[in-house]
Design a protein around this ligand. Structure first.
Ligand code: DGL
Length: 276
């Protein structure tokens, strides 16, 4: 048993899409979340920059005494997972890509077409394709980067024509030309536009890694005898720039919870993250 919190991080508010699933599956667990809202988006930046930012955040989470780190960001999982595991061998570190890749490898076969939408960095890394291969998946994979989604979502431009047009701009030909059966939301911001995608492409199955990873979190905690049984710790959400949307998202997540989230502002020295 281990009542320390689980550390989650993302480039911004996207990783928050994992939290309701975690709270439902493991209500005793507490969370420290860090959203790097001052430096989002990561998905079009150099790998060395993403690595510097991720190390800073992971250092902060480890100093905050978390028992596990969940990389609630596909871009960081695609580029920095092994580096962070080497840096902190003492705690389990989970990336968001592998659990969803495993599920796709199991659920789809050689007659199926599955699309992956994500940031430029995630798509260029081919991380999903690699993981699906490692799980001996036979499915046909098609990928497209959708770099305008994250800035719009961070601005809260979601339920309107601008977002719908942007989705169609990236996805119309992609869905049609590849005869897609399903699409993986390969960026943790994208569950926030899941309803738009479903409305525009009603026949497309949507695979959401933010919900799938929760089974793996549970499994790793169980295997290491690290499940919490009770905790006096309060959930804490940090942002490097406290945007109104970040606060609104947290209010939204905790709408039906008795628990009250604490939101804090924590700025890093941005100079240090700029190496390319
Ligand atoms: N939410 C992120 C992901 O899963 C990162 C988006 C970004 O910062 O570009 O890839």
């Amino acid at each position: 048993m281990d009542n320390r919190p689980i550390g989650f991080f993302d480039s911004g508010l996207g990783g928050l899409t994992c939290i309701p699933y975690l709270m439902k599956a493991l209500p005793e667990e507490k969370i420290i979340y860090f959203g790097d809202t001052a430096r989002t988006p990561y998905g079009s930046k150099a790998t060395s920059t993403i690595m510097n930012f991720s190390r800073e955040i992971a250092d902060f989470l480890v100093m905050s005494n978390v028992k596990m780190i969940v990389i609630a960001c596909n871009t960081v999982s695609a580029t920095c997972l092994e580096d962070l595991r080497e840096r902190f061998p003492q705690i389990p570190i989970l990336g968001i890509i592998d659990p969803a890749a495993k599920k796709v490898a199991e659920d789809f076969g050689s007659d199926d077409n599955v699309g992956i939408i994500g940031t430029k960095v995630t798509i260029a890394s081919k991380a999903y394709e690699r993981c699906i291969d490692e799980h001996e998946g036979k499915v046909n994979i098609h990928e497209v980067a959708c770099p305008a989604f994250v800035p719009l979502i961070e601005e809260g431009i979601i339920e309107n024509d601008i977002m719908d047009l942007t989705i169609k701009y990236y996805m119309d030909d992609f869905v049609k030309n590849n005869d897609l059966d399903a699409v993986i939301l390969g960026c943790t911001h994208y569950p926030l536009i899941k309803d738009n995608i479903k409305r525009i492409y009603p026949d497309l199955e949507i695979i959401n890694p933010s919900s799938i990873i929760v089974n793996d979190i549970k499994k790793v905690l169980e295997e290491n005898d690290m499940l919490a049984d009770r905790s006096d710790f309060r959930n804490v959400f940090y942002a490097s720039d406290l945007s109104e949307n970040f606060i609104n998202m947290i209010d939204h997540i905790f709408e039906n919870e008795s628990e009250e989230a604490k939101v804090k502002f924590l700025n890093f020295d941005l100079e240090r993250g700029e190496g390319k």
